[in-house]
Design a protein around this ligand. Structure first.
Ligand code: BF8
Ligand code: SF4
Length: 654
């Protein structure tokens, strides 16, 4: 096996890496070989919070005496614990701000749409609007949808700048969880307030007690999970529709040689939603034909892809580490990016081929890219302008074109409401069948496997190996973000995958309900759907009275972004054992790591874990699930025995 072949388990990715090499085009995979991570930064031991530093306070090589340890500090006296906790907390703050700033944009568009100011957006899911209205205390009565939506929009926007009290979605959590948060003083106030306060606390010379910093980081993370991220998911579902099962296709093979290929990449679904409609416009179709193309092929990349896949079945070109490789095919006429997870190197790769890289967010421009700003009030025209750029670029394709044949089918669109309907039926929607099957042992537990790709490990391998091991052991897996795409590419998101890959118990339930053993729940902000699914399972009864009682665990083995740390921290603070792989950012301090990996279990009833080996990570998660089953008294699988008449008579006679 050549070195290139070890970079990914995805054949399409390998083919494009070989092509990039032949074309003399550098990618992230080359840079990962050329530049190793800084060992001091990797363990969270570098502080550059003031101009007397950067101060490096790495973990000791040998056991230290107390006085040796006391001398190990930055110029200001900040200890390894403080430095490590501050760095970790700032990742949480950055991740929370990313999800929440996205959410603010959604709330603004929602409000404008509610007022009828945006052509093309209308309320699609009234049921969901009423649910949010009830959560927000907005009167429903006989008021019009528009009036209710306007009030919901105002309330949602106010959540960001709220100065006191509690975020409104906090009330959705199980009561026991809310009690735990109250006792620990971590109920988030406004989303912005928590981010700002955490940045302040971690400024030079402010909070210098690592325990205090990490508790504050939990409050900020909760403002993400039960605030920013949940607001994005909920408000997007109202105008765009709550996802329901839909067939999709994934991998670079979805790109088409004879069509104008437009790849939307990033995280905000607002413009992509409009593009889905505008692509059908006869004027656009005619323009495409006029340049010799058969039509326009809209495809997604990263979480923008997840959003329009879940709601419209739009094909997905790939996950995070495939963004440059889509361009390497030579057939992407435009790559349209908004915010988050877009590599700056796209501009460089685009130059090797003919691709037009187009930025659309006022918050995210890339040197060398064309900028066409997204204006919600003029969205269809912006979409048309972008599509016309792609169409005009079709004729500029170079001869070095190669599209890998790989493309997998998948069934996606499992919002927590949809799972509810699928399990219980439209007229008696409920999580009861799931709870019953967990109690009787056919399903051993629930795992959320989420997050990114990371160029420091073999692309897609840790996530795939972990997910396969979990379902083999009857653990149903919920996926979002880039790990969901890994599952799709590798055939795990089909109902048939149950018999092929899952243990007998899980397979029998999946076959009865007609669902895959791995359920795609959406983009990274949609991890809030996992929180809601976990809450629904608690509320249905029989599995304890808190999320921490559930036989459940979470993982992000290929994580790379600050958002992933924010997500992990809100899952831990919500009572979930959460395992990360690749690297762990607090190894510079034994105390900080111990607090997160052990002591949090006493306070938050959830904890972090670190295990890069996917099989060992699966073992840790399954052991945790079994521990929870034991605590619930359901550790012995209790298959329901159906007695026939002979058996009944036999029992009566006895
Ligand atoms: O929000 S999983 S690499 S694309 S951060 Fe990014 Fe990670 Fe992918 Fe979406 Ni999430
Ligand atoms: Fe060094 Fe302290 Fe400044 Fe950090 S805040 S760079 S530890 S002096």
């Amino acid at each position: 096996m050549s070195d290139l072949e070890k970079k990914s388990i995805d054949p399409a990715t390998i083919k494009m890496l070989k092509k990039a090499q032949a074309d003399g085009c550098e990618t992230i995979f080359d840079r990962a070989d050329a530049m190793k991570p800084c060992p001091i930064g990797a363990e969270g031991s570098c502080c550059k919070h003031c101009a007397m530093g950067p101060c490096r306070v790495p973990a000791p090589k040998k056991k230290e005496t107390v006085s040796e340890k006391a001398k190990r500090m930055g110029l200001c006296g900040a200890t390894a614990e403080t430095i490590s906790a501050r760095n970790f907390a700032r990742m949480v703050a950055a991740g929370t701000s990313a999800h929440s700033d996205h959410a603010r944009g959604v709330a603004e568009v929602f409000l404008a749409a509610a007022k009828g100011d945006i052509p093309g957006f209308r309320i699609q899911d009234e049921q969901k609007l009423y649910q949010i209205a009830m959560d927000f205390g907005v009167e429903i009565g006989d008021r019009s949808v528009q009036e209710i939506a306007t009030d919901v929009g105002h309330k949602a926007l106010a959540e960001f700048g709220r100065q006191e009290g509690e975020l409104l979605f906090i009330k959705r959590a199980p009561l026991k969880r809310q009690e735990i948060w109250k006792n620990l003083g971590v109920v988030p106030r406004g989303v912005d307030r928590e981010v700002v306060e955490l940045m302040h606390r971690t400024h030079m010379g402010v909070d210098q007690d690592y325990k205090d910093i990490l508790i504050a980081a939990a409050r900020c993370a909760l403002a993400d999970g039960w605030g920013g991220s949940m607001t994005s998911t909920e408000l997007q579902d109202v105008p765009f529709g709550n996802p329901v099962p839909v067939l999709g296709h994934i991998n670079l093979g979805v790109l088409k040689k004879g069509e104008v290929n437009v790849v939307v990449h990033g995280h905000e679904p607002l413009l992509p939603e409009i593009m889905v409609g505008v692509v059908q416009d006869p004027e656009i179709q005619k323009a495409a034909k006029a340049v010799g193309a058969k039509g326009i092929n809209l495809a997604g990349m990263c979480c923008s892809a997840n959003e329009i896949l879940m709601r419209h079945g739009i094909p997905v070109a790939g996950n995070f580490l495939q963004q440059e490789l889509a361009i390497v095919t030579g057939v992407v006429d435009a790559m349209v990016v908004d915010v988050q997870c877009e590599m700056q190197s796209l501009a460089q790769v685009a130059k090797c081929y003919h691709t037009k890289l187009i930025t659309t967010s006022a918050k995210a421009k890339i040197d060398g890219a064309m900028h066409i700003g997204f204006e919600e009030h003029n969205a269809p025209n912006v979409a048309k302008k972008i599509l016309m750029e792609a169409i005009q670029n079709f004729k500029n394709r170079k001869p070095n074109v190669e599209i890998p044949s790989e493309s997998s089918d998948m069934v996606v669109g499992f919002s927590h409401e949809t799972i509810n309907y699928l399990l219980g039926g439209v007229f008696r929607a409920s999580y009861r069948p799931l709870n019953d099957n967990i109690i009787n042992g056919r399903i051993r537990g629930i795992a959320g496997v989420v997050g990114c790709n990371n160029a420091r490990v073999t692309h897609d391998d840790p996530n795939l190996t972990l997910i396969k091991e979990l379902i083999k052991n009857d653990v149903i897996v919920l996926v979002t973000g880039c790990s969901a795409m890994t599952s799709g590419k590798m055939g795990l998101l089909t109902p048939e995958a149950a018999r092929q890959f899952a243990g007998d118990g899980l397979a029998s339930v999946c076959e009865a309900v007609g669902i895959p053993p791995v359920l795609h729940m959406g983009a990274c902000v949609d991890n809030s759907r996992i929180l809601m699914a976990a809450t629904a399972v608690v509320k249905d009864g029989g599995l304890g009275d808190d999320i921490s009682d559930l036989p459940a665990a979470g993982a992000a083995l290929e994580w790379m972004s600050e958002k992933a740390i924010a997500i992990g921290h809100y899952f831990v603070a919500s009572g979930v054992f959460t395992v990360f792989g690749t690297t762990w950012p607090t190894t510079g301090s034994e105390e900080v790591t111990k607090l997160l990996f052990e002591e949090f279990e006493n306070t938050f009833k959830g904890k972090w874990g670190f295990e890069p080996d996917p099989l060992k990570a699966a073992k840790l998660m399954i052991e945790h699930i079994d521990k929870k089953r034991k605590a619930l008294g359901i550790d012995k699988a209790r298959e329901r025995v159906l007695f026939d008449m002979a058996k009944r008579r036999e029992l009566e006679a006895a």
